[in-house]
Design a protein. Structure first.
Length: 281
């Protein structure tokens, strides 16, 4: 039988061990930020981008990366002064930054030049990045030269190849501008993201790959949560100020195949850490 002192010591050791286990408990994942539709060159898109960058740097969690899911510019990608001002607004951002093009970046009346300028300024139209054991695919869903509608067939093939080449079925997150869904609200006004034949083909592709844990898009300038089979499609609101809608962006947490997010508003008066801490814990 243990002496009282040894019994207390054993209890203390078990207590400390349990606290350690709790600190490492499942559910605590890693974080990234999605910004969409900054529309540099229109209204106060650049100043809101600058404010968002300041807020991201003030977050009480480590941000693994930031992605801008399209319409970085507002038909202004060929205007050097506009792009320079936008890039300057993001200059102090601490986290790695990725871009995908939108329909106001690759302009359908000047596809060749605007596509080339996007790649020169922001990086590849499609790219693959590994983050904390998760494959992140940044996908172009815009028109290509010679195509009649977006997304181009070359993009579907690129996505299919990268999904099939994934080792050991790593979790996959896919980032794009146009969400692969029908716009129920504004469909009658021509705001259809993808044509239905594409929906069917992509539905089949998603069904074949259960490792896809989420799709992240913009384009609609409003918040939506939709589903492709069992895959959630997170449609982000715009950072730019259009139609009297409040500018915002999102902080996501990825943990064990699940996703949580918080909405952040760049027009808040103060970026104090306490504001974020209250929301996150």
């Amino acid at each position: 039988m243990l002496k009282p002192s040894r019994w207390l010591l054993a209890c203390l050791m078990v207590f400390v061990y349990c606290i350690g286990c709790r600190a490492e408990a499942p559910g605590k994942g890693w974080f990234f930020v999605q910004i969409s539709d900054t529309h540099w060159g229109a209204r106060d898109g650049v100043s809101l981008t600058r404010r968002a960058a300041e807020m991201i740097n003030s977050l009480p969690v480590k941000v693994e990366f930031v992605v801008i899911t399209g319409d970085v510019c507002s038909d202004s990608i060929l205007k050097e002064t506009v792009v320079k001002e936008g890039l300057e607004a993001l200059k102090g951002l601490k986290a790695p930054l990725y871009y995908v093009p939108g329909n106001h970046d690759i302009v359908k009346t000047d596809i060749v030049r605007t596509s080339a300028q996007f790649e020169k300024t922001f990086g590849p139209l499609n790219q693959k990045v590994e983050v904390r054991g998760v494959t992140c695919l940044f996908l172009c869903t815009e028109m290509r030269e010679g195509e009649t509608r977006p997304p181009a067939e070359v993009e579907r093939q690129w996505l299919e190849e990268n999904l099939k080449s994934g080792k050991a079925r790593k979790p996959v997150l896919i980032f794009m501008h146009r969400p692969p869904i029908f716009d129920l609200v504004n469909g009658s006004d021509g705001q259809v993201a993808w044509d239905h034949p594409y929906d069917t083909r992509w539905q089949a592709l998603f069904d074949e790959h259960p490792e896809i844990k989420g799709v992240f898009a913009g384009h609609f300038h409003r918040e939506e949560l939709r589903w492709i089979g069992v895959v959630p499609v997170f449609v982000a609101p715009a950072l730019a100020r259009f139609w009297d809608r409040q500018p915002s962006f999102r902080l996501f947490e990825y943990a064990n195949g699940q996703l949580n997010y918080w909405a952040l508003y760049p027009e808040r008066v103060s970026p104090k850490r306490a504001d974020f801490t209250t929301n996150l814990h």
